[in-house]
Ligand binder design. Sequence first.
Ligand code: 13P
Length: 251
Amino acid sequence: MRKNIIAGNWKMNTTLPEGLALAKGLNEALIGKALACDVVIGVPFIHLATIAGAIDTAKIGVAAQNCADKEKGAYTGEVSAAMIASTGAKYVILGHSERRQYYHETSATLKTKVNLALANGLTPIFCIGEVLEEREKGKHFDVVDEQISNALFDLPAEEFARLVIAYEPVWAIGTGRTATADQAQEIHAHIRQTIAAKYGDDLAAETTILYGGSMNAENAKDLVAKPDVDGGLIGGASLSVGKFLPIIEAF
Ligand code: 13P
């Protein structure tokens, strides 16, 4: 079902005590507030259980930032979707451009990860987005279409309906250079059309599509005001309650 969501992606930041303090601080800041969006925090693996046990997870969903592409077994250092689900986490960020770029994740691997996440009751927040060169060559629409179709379009409609999509132009991540609200709207509408062409208008209209890339308290209002922008996936500005809260309140 289509929802407004503001999700933080802490990436590889915060020790466990720091992360716990941040999560508790956010939890406290949201007490008694009527929110117009769901709130999610994507935390390091080792924080998952502690944070899920320390906050109101009905109010703040907890997400992992990755999961293994194997179910279980002799894969030293990996963390499975089942393990993530067992901590109380409800979401998993998959296909982030940093995972694609630095850890060589391909659509084939991501397809497996998405299936395992869904099979274990997790909601994948599936990231797509073009690099600067692709945007400058006008290829961004093709790039996102390919990323979606290669990893996701083998899913039956009822499984696809459980996903959240996050459009994150790589040139906007951590650079301070946000896509304009019009640029975000243009490509979000395109993504929705691509989904409609495969699964039909109703499912496309029910799909949550987040924007990510240098989203902050200043630009959040304009971005979420766009009809096809259903919220955000926020990196840097999710690392302090003072910066994250105004984005949550942008709805
Ligand atoms: P920034 O908000 O720091 O640009 O990061 C965006 C992002 O990559 C969220 O997944």
